[in-house]
Design a binder for this molecule. Structure first.
Ligand code: DAH
Length: 334
């Protein structure tokens, strides 16, 4: 009669709910075989094949797929849920990252000096990155080899100055009631850098803005000097040198006398001075683009990397430690 293992195979598939079994080559082969049977066997074989087909149809008709309750998948899990769970560090053994810890102190010092704070964005547009900051259309920094660009044209900001226009536009009403605009803006910035002990492609900057009537570069220098004296906890000699930024006029580079060697020159500073930030008097065009009357008000702004300051204060020799997630490094700052 019919090949037993072939029949069993078909039955198994039907029981598992496999609808294709009715069109399967195996079932067809039985009908083919029927044609080759001698006449006296044909009726019985045909009956058996038809009965098998009906039985398969019946099994399939009564087959209800089992509904099983699967364990929910936690799509936020920081590991493959199908693999063995990695040994995670208990939360009570974690600690605040040294950069964030220092940033907290920096913001507290500025808060005591009357500065509010806001965070910058990690994706921004061309207008805030360049145009609102008075960058000429052909400025080389617009070249996307210096600035990372995402597919739909947004930019990973290369500085926190992207926030200048937003902060000034949103707070210009303060000027009308006789109050200054005083803000510090920390944020993550991104640059196409060759990474080494002093350069990272991703780092933090702190931007500062102060606008009011009668503000001049003397105010700028004294605010920065006051900050650095509070941060390093000692009297500090400071220096400015002329520089160029499109969004400030005049523009300066600001340096502090090395707190370790008092300008003698050492492994931290090299020649006695530490260049820590760029600054200047806010360009009238930048004030105007934020809707501020540049005839009536003046202001200063500054911006600089946070890592460098923290490295100098804590004697950290390589900027790459910050992103290393190395517990030996991180635990020194608990
Ligand atoms: N955005 C500048 C940079 O990343 C730093 C800077 C310079 C910020 C002068 C300012 C400024 O606000 O006034 O190099």
């Amino acid at each position: 009669m019919m090949d037993e293992s072939l029949v069993n195979g078909l039955m198994e598939r039907a029981k598992a709910g496999d609808q294709t079994v009715l069109r399967s080559a195996e079932l067809k082969s039985l009908f083919e075989e029927l044609k080759t049977k001698p006449t006296e066997e044909r009726a019985a074989f045909g009956k058996a094949v038809n009965e098998l087909k009906q039985e398969l149809e019946e099994i399939l008709l009564n087959h209800h797929p089992k509904t099983t309750t699967q364990k929910p998948i936690d799509i936020t899990a920081p590991f493959d849920v199908n693999a063995k769970k990695p040994g995670l560090l208990p939360a009570d053994q974690g600690s605040v990252h040294p950069l964030m810890k220092e940033l907290e102190q920096v913001l507290q010092i500025y808060a005591r000096m009357g500065f509010a704070s806001a965070e910058s964005r990690q994706l921004d547009d061309d207008w805030h990155m360049f145009e609102s900051l008075n960058f000429p259309p052909d400025h080389p920094a617009r070249d996307n080899t210096d600035t990372f660009e995402v597919e739909d044209g947004l930019l990973a900001p290369a500085h926190t100055s992207t926030m200048q226009n937003r902060i000034m536009s949103a707070n210009k009403h303060l000027l009308d009631i006789g109050q200054p605009i005083a803000y510090v803006i920390p944020g993550r910035v991104f640059r196409n850098e060759d990474v080494d002990a002093r350069h990272e492609h991703t780092f933090y900057q702190l931007e500062g803005i102060y606008v009011d009537k009668g503000i001049n570069a003397g105010h700028l220098i004294s605010v920065l000097q006051t900050f650095f004296e509070a941060y390093f906890g000692k009297k500090m000699e400071v220096r400015t040198q002329p520089f160029y930024f499109p969004f400030t006029e005049p523009s300066f580079e600001f340096a502090i006398a090395c707190p370790f060697c008092d300008k003698a020159g050492c492994h931290v500073c090299g020649e006695g001075w530490l260049e820590l930030l760029g600054c200047g008097m806010i360009h009238p065009n930048v004030l105007k683009m934020a809707g501020i009357d540049a005839e009536k008000y003046t202001g200063f702004a500054w911006g600089g990397g946070i890592e460098r300051m923290v490295m100098v204060k804590n004697n950290i020799e390589d900027v790459r430690h910050f992103h290393s997630a190395n517990l030996k490094f991180l635990r020194q700052f608990r």
